[in-house]
Unconditional design. Structure first.
Length: 255
């Protein structure tokens, strides 16, 4: 699916808000409107995948259970354990493969985003605020890396439960004028098991190796685990940022 832009609210004045959902997830238009963002709001839809993709890996796991449980009940312990382990392992391998493909899509579609934004009225004259959740933060990072040929007034960048790395944000500091706001939860189990090599922004603070490039007053971090649903409900905890994100862009509340 090509990357597309969907209007949530439009205005001739004020900032332009670009909202980018994560892996297999998009916030609803009503949820975005409830944030009360002044100006125009657009949702960016990228090739984030659908939950129906999980059918194959769920089927592998279910097959393992279907053969494993009866084998254990019949006293065939090795066969039962082997079937269960094989089903779980196969599901994990397939799930990891699907995730890595979507990670590639996030990088690719982020590179396409800057050129697509030229169709937004007033895009070069109004401040632009980027919001990304989960793999949407990878889309944002890729977009920031691809801005050389475009002249947008990017103000703030908001990361929520992000899959992007905590490292390497300093070279991107000149691509936006305002703050890098990172909303994270160290109790996010979805991010903890994600098949990525680096530590991600969604579980901790952004790493700053060079104060001159990305000064401390430009990096705002919030541990919001207490505001999210209980971590035992892993999916709800990981996706619960959308009910609170609007408050963190208001500079009055930051002071």
């Amino acid at each position: 699916m090509p990357i597309t832009l969907h209007t949530i609210a439009e205005s001739n004045s004020g900032p332009i808000h670009l909202v980018i959902g994560g892996y297999r997830s998009r916030p609803t238009a009503n949820l975005l409107r409830s944030a009360g963002l002044a100006g125009s709001t657009y949702a960016v839809h990228w090739a984030s995948g659908r939950w129906s993709e999980a059918g194959a890996s769920v089927g592998v796991a279910a097959r393992g259970v279907r053969f494993g449980i009866p084998a254990l009940k019949a006293g065939r312990t090795l066969l039962g354990i082997g079937s269960l382990a094989g089903g779980a392992g196969g599901a994990l391998v397939m799930g990891a493969g699907q995730f890595r493909h979507r990670y590639f899509c996030a990088r690719r579609d982020g590179g396409l985003l800057p050129a697509m934004l030229r169709g937004i009225p007033g895009i070069t004259k109004r401040p632009l605020i980027l919001y990304g959740h989960s793999l949407g933060t990878v889309v944002i990072r890729s977009a920031l890396e691809s801005l050389d040929e475009h002249h947008y007034r990017i103000e703030d960048v908001v990361l929520m439960g992000g899959m992007a790395s905590r490292r390497g944000w300093e070279p991107l500091a000149e691509r936006f004028a305002g703050r890098l706001i990172n909303l994270y939860s160290p109790r996010d189990s979805i991010l903890s098991i994600a098949p990525v090599w680096d530590r991600v922004v969604g579980t901790g603070e952004v790493h700053r190796a060079c104060e001159k490039l990305l000064t401390g007053n430009r990096v705002i971090t919030h541990n919001v685990s207490g505001l999210l649903p209980h971590p035992l409900n892993a999916v709800a905890h990981h996706s619960g940022y959308w009910r609170h994100f609007g408050r963190y862009v208001n500079r009055d509340e930051q002071s």
